[in-house]
Design a protein around this ligand. Structure first.
Ligand SMILES: Cc1ncc(COP(=O)(O)O)c(C=O)c1O
Length: 463
């Protein structure tokens, strides 16, 4: 080309969750049935929304309004409904004896104008980072959800900046490290939190979230909190929403119907903006998000119309509770299958759809293999692992040998070796086969690093 046309950040656009599919399909084409454990789509795993939700969508599809454009920020009645739900989450403002409000309130109230709809949070993520000045960086968790980390890296043209989530402390963030990085890196303008987290399944306690807010307040930063899984919480964890604790710090919460309805194909998510007017620069930035959306006219109308009818229905809470109980039971099953393995550290998830076992240091042999009988599949895997990270090597062998498709942790902007699988499989039989295949493959693959065959190890364990 006369001028170079590729954006300098284009190399940062990686999404291993879907990249692995390409390889999985090749293995499938050679005759191996695949158990897809890579993507967080409950519908693909057999969990379509219940009939009453589908009836609402059907009625709306029969009406005229669904076929029209909506306002740029989204359907006004839906934004009012969501703003009032957000405000309902706040504790009543405490007052002093003489009726005055004390100091800074812990919560932030919003109205319909503080809500902006997008075509899924994927769209929101690309606008949020796309509209940010390239020199203004947002630090996010590692492991990272790749849509955020790739978009932030691409906007800045550098590798994504991260703070560490610690698998030895239930995947809690290292907040001292975060504050140090923020202190010595003046380009950092914002902190990204994902709560409940993808891929770790951690749900942050209120005091941890409050510390994030304190750091943001001390260093004059804004907060982005991805709350996609805010209502997918179980195992005794409590949901704390950003608007309950953000006080006067500028912030954005990202929410979606993809996972909780679940309706990922609707491509419908929204952001709630807190304390927009507290800082003129933040205010201008939010205006630029709306302007970017205006160029596209608006987001899809039908799912927005459905939100108040679905979420306002008395059956919705029960629907969420039933699903959460299922995820909790599957988290327990997965812990039973993988939690006791020598080579792995596994934290029980308390929210979201995922569990991410981490390999102990030194557990992965650099030249590890799993037996694959079919020569064509073996050749495909052997070629693929030539330049693979150690955990990706395990994942490709697992896929070739057993058909179970998980995602390597190195694909989530992480220095740790591990893999992510879902809690979504609805068939008891398929789930149990997948877990057994993963457990025996981990043992077999890692036995080479310990210098003994897996069978002998198992015998030793029994003795
Ligand atoms: C943490 C997180 N944020 C955002 C998204 C994107 O969701 P949406 O379907 O709304 O684009 C996902 C999807 O998996 C996710 O896990």
């Amino acid at each position: 080309m006369r001028r170079q046309i590729t954006h300098p950040g284009s190399g940062q656009l990686r999404y291993m969750i879907r990249e692995i599919v390409e390889f999985g399909r090749k293995v499938q084409a050679l005759g191996r049935p695949i158990i897809w454990e890579n993507i967080g789509d409950p519908v693909r795993k057999g969990e379509a929304p219940p009939d009453w939700i589908r009836a609402i969508v059907g009625e709306l599809a029969a009406g005229e309004e669904s076929y029209a454009y909506s306002d740029t920020q989204g359907v006004p009645a839906t934004r009012e409904f969501l703003a009032s739900r957000a405000n309902d989450r706040l504790e009543p403002a405490s007052t002093t004896g003489n009726g005055e409000r004390p100091g800074v309130e812990s919560g932030a109230r919003i109205d319909a104008d503080d809500i902006i709809f997008f075509n899924g949070l994927g769209d929101a993520v690309s606008k949020i980072f796309g509209q940010l000045r390239a020199q203004a960086r947002v630090i996010g968790p590692s492991p990272a959800y790749s849509t955020h980390s790739s978009a932030e890296a691409a906007h800045s043209g550098y590798e994504h900046l991260t703070y560490r989530l610690d698998p030895d402390r239930g995947w809690l963030p290292d907040l001292d490290e975060l504050e140090n990085t923020v202190r010595y890196n003046p380009s950092i303008a914002g902190i990204l939190i994902i709560n409940p987290d993808n891929p770790t399944g951690a749900v942050y306690p209120r005091d941890v979230l409050e510390r994030f807010v304190e750091i943001a307040r001390r260093h004059n930063l804004f907060i982005i909190c991805d709350e996609t899984y805010a209502h997918v919480v179980y195992g005794g964890a409590h949901e704390t929403h950003l608007n309950q604790i953000i006080g006067d710090v500028p912030g954005i919460a990202m929410r979606s119907i993809s996972k909780e309805v679940p309706w990922p194909g609707a491509r419908c998510g929204w952001i709630e903006v807190y304390n927009r007017k507290s800082d003129p620069d933040f205010d201008g930035y939010v205006e630029s998000l709306i302007a970017a959306k205006r160029l596209e006219v608006c987001s899809t109308t039908l799912p927005q119309l459905a939100i108040p009818r679905i979420m306002g229905d008395p059956r919705y809470v029960e629907h969420l509770d039933t699903r959460n109980a299922e995820y909790d039971a599957r988290a327990g099953e997965t812990m039973e299958a993988l939690g006791g393995l020598d080579a792995l550290r596994v934290n029980r998830p308390r929210g979201g759809f995922f569990i991410t076992p981490v390999f102990d240091a030194g557990a992965l042999p650099p030249d590890g293999v799993l037996p694959i009988e079919e020569p064509d599949i073996r050749a495909l895997v052997e070629e693929k692992v030539q330049s693979a990270e150690p955990d990706a090597r395990f994942v490709y062998y697992l896929l070739g040998a057993t058909g179970v498709c998980v995602v390597p942790l190195s694909g989530f902007c992480s220095q740790l070796d591990g893999f992510r699988l879902t809690l979504l499989e609805t068939s008891d039989d398929v789930r149990s086969r997948a877990l057994q295949a993963i457990a025996s493959s981990v043992q077999e693959y890692c036995s080479a690093a310990r210098g003994r065959p897996a069978v002998e190890e198992a015998a030793l364990a029994r003795d």
